[in-house]
Design a protein around this ligand. Structure first.
Ligand code: PMP
Length: 409
């Protein structure tokens, strides 16, 4: 039996927002690296939770609370399966990628890092995978080291041996750069970290929406992502960590749900994953995220990846044909995002004109100032695709950019 063709028009019907207009034009949404739109399945799941199921979890004997707890823990299992985690005990719900990284950085500050230790980040990181580590270094006397990127926007893997050494305690690397779309050779980085006895945290914020993820095959120690970039709700995210590491790290926040026994003299903590989930969780968010991963699984991440690879290649080709386009980053492997500049035109001007045409792109530094500094620029125009985008939307982007060029020539 042959696989049915990817029916993008059918998929678009699942996303109510895609039928709205902006400035009287059909919305062309190409800002998916910032956040993805939500399918009806996610929107309906959240609204059903509040309409029919709302209760606090983990605390009540009444039916709604018991059902809520069951649904919440079933969602943890769904998320574990989606990322190939061996056990739901290793899946911690957070507010998003940022909180997941802060949780690990806090734990490392308290339980691992000593003066003179080294933390390695890369030149391609989002601020969320830099600043918490800088703060950890300041707290502990550790040093932050940087694996640089090449002028093309790839990781300079030939510098791995210089940067990662016996003092390295953790290597923090993004799977895919939000600023340039570069897919990093994470396996190579992990191998170098392993050889040095260092832990690895993979920032998967731009991985989970675009490619199949299997944390066991990846071989990292920590993997973080955000629900809202993976077609799920805002305010929910996931930290996966190896059980031995999560056991070793202390709690991030104290409060209800994360304890075993509390007296005024002493508190003992709950086991995993509750130890890291103080207070009332974002239950609706978690259930919405479950709906998102089920939606993605039903389509198939490989199928989505192939559709997006076609769009990205088409986008690069069309932009090159346009003339007057400078690509910022020409990485060996790219996912979703294409960053560029129109010669002589400020990215904000381009973004503003595109917006008037109903086309949403992102302009600026993309929370990756060191990437922009290394490229010697202030910012870029970034188009980033998702599973519902089409070739004709790329055509609309290019037609819009032609208008920008005419206006500013
Ligand atoms: N890392 C990367 C690679 C990202 O793209 C983002 C969001 N742009 C983040 C981290 C931070 O994610 P959040 O704001 O959802 O916590």
């Amino acid at each position: 039996m042959s696989t049915p063709p990817y029916d993008v028009e059918r998929i678009r019907e699942d996303f109510p927002i895609l039928s709205r207009e902006v400035h009287g034009r059909p919305l062309v949404y190409l800002d998916n690296a910032a956040t993805t739109q939500k399918p009806r399945a996610v929107i309906d799941r959240i609204s059903r939770y509040y309409a029919e199921e709302n209760a606090n979890v983990h605390r009540g004997v009444h039916v709604l609370s018991a059902e809520g707890t069951e649904a919440f823990e079933a969602a943890r299992q769904s998320v574990a399966s989606f990322i190939g985690a061996p056990s739901p005990r290793e899946v911690v719900f957070t507010r998003g990628t940022t909180e997941g990284i802060n949780l690990v950085a806090h734990g490392f500050s308290a339980a691992v890092l000593q003066p003179g230790d080294e933390i390695v980040v890369t030149g391609l990181e989002h601020h969320a995978n830099i600043v918490p580590w800088q703060m950890a270094a300041e707290r502990t006397g550790a040093t932050l080291r940087v694996l640089p990127m090449t002028p093309e926007g790839d990781l300079a893997t030939d510098a791995l041996a210089d940067v990662i050494g016996e003092r390295t305690r953790i290597v923090c690397v993004s799977h895919t750069s939000n600023a340039l779309g570069s897919v990093s050779p994470v396996a190579e980085v992990i191998e170098a970290a392993r050889a040095a006895g260092a832990a690895v945290l993979v920032d998967g914020a731009q991985a989970t929406p675009h490619a199949p993820v299997d944390v066991q095959a990846l071989g990292a120690d920590f993997f973080v992502f955000s629900g809202h970039k993976t077609y799920g709700p805002m305010g929910v995210g996931v930290l996966w960590g190896r059980e031995d590491w999560l056991d070793r790290l202390p709690p991030y926040q104290g409060g209800g749900d994360m304890i075993d026994q509390v007296t005024f003299e002493r508190t003992t903590f709950a086991g995993l994953p509750s130890k890291f989930e103080a207070g009332t969780p974002n239950v609706a968010g978690v259930l919405g995220l479950e709906a998102a991963v089920q939606y993605l699984t039903a389509i198939g991440m490989e199928v989505i990846q192939a559709h997006e690879a076609d769009l990205v290649a088409y986008c690069v080709e069309r932009l090159a044909d346009l003339g007057g386009v400078r690509f910022v980053g020409t990485p060996r492997q790219r996912a979703s995002a294409v960053s560029f500049l129109l010669e002589g035109i400020h990215p904000y001007d381009a973004g503003t004109v595109l917006d008037r045409l109903g086309i949403a792109v992102r302009t600026g530094q993309h929370c990756a100032q060191p990437v922009m500094d290394a490229m010697g620029i202030d910012g870029t125009v970034r188009a980033s695709v998702a599973l519902y985008n089409t070739r004709s939307e790329i055509d609309a982007l290019c037609a819009g950019l032609e208008q920008v060029q005419t206006m500013f020539s």
